[in-house]
Write a protein that binds this ligand. Structure first.
Ligand code: NI
Ligand code: MN
Length: 226
């Protein structure tokens, strides 16, 4: 699998099926691509905030691919003309060769458009399994004890963890989260997009190394192969 980072929480997981997660591209100054340059088979959205829902509706319509999200967000994007699949916690949706399981996140999930905030249900993370590789995209979240259970059940090879603080856990708490999840690799996300979420991922390297976990720091546009 090739894991491509577009900055913030936007990743393309490219195996025999291509899963795009949280495509916040327009308005993300770190993104090296334009929304219509991304090829994918399905778009998974963790929660309703604009920096995650992002260009999902646009890409879905342009590329004719479905959006997978919690039921309330699936209904919202369907009302905007996108094809969508609603799911909920503990469920797994199989799209081609990708198995995508929804797990909880500790955050909020309103969808704000020009004049109204819609209910986006509750926030989620995803366990995405393609070609025998398992990735945990934690979404926006604070640390929570059930991350240990997520680690035990799904044994993720890679954990994509927010580290920017303020809206999510920070780098120090992300190290503690990794201790619970026990992935082989941690890729930090949701940092340095804006001044309130400036973080230094390198401060995670030594404590993660001491637990036998490798820190993989990407620049927007870079990818990690495993
Ligand atoms: Ni958020
Ligand atoms: Mn966010």
């Amino acid at each position: 699998m090739k894991i491509v980072w577009f900055g913030h929480s936007a990743f393309l997981l490219e195996g025999s099926t291509k899963v795009l997660v949280d495509p916040f591209i327009t308005g993300n100054e770190l993104s090296p691509v334009k929304p219509d340059e991304i090829e994918c088979d399905i778009i998974a959205v963790t929660h309703g905030h604009g920096d995650h829902l992002g260009d999902a509706v646009f890409i879905s319509k342009r590329k004719n691919v479905p959006i997978l999200a919690i039921y309330e967000i699936a209904q919202y994007v369907a009302s905007k003309g996108a094809s969508s699949i609603g799911m909920n916690f503990g469920g797994t949706y199989t799209h081609k060769t990708a198995n995508i399981t929804m797990v909880p996140a500790l955050h909020s999930s309103g969808i704000t458009d020009s004049n109204f905030t819609h209910s986006g249900g509750v926030p989620a993370g995803f366990i995405i399994q393609i070609d025998g590789v398992t990735v945990y995209h934690a979404g926006d979240t604070g640390i929570f004890g059930d991350m240990k259970l997520i680690g035990e059940i799904y044994k993720p090879d890679v954990a994509l963890l927010p580290i920017g603080g303020l809206f999510t856990m920070d780098a120090k708490l992300a190290v503690k989260a990794a201790e619970l999840i026990k992935p082989k690799y941690v890729i930090p996300m949701h940092y340095n997009t804006w001044p309130p979420i400036i973080a230094n991922p390198e401060e995670m390297r030594e404590p993660l190394n001491n637990m036998g976990i490798m820190l993989v720091v990407l620049k927007p546009g870079e990818s990690f192969n495993l």
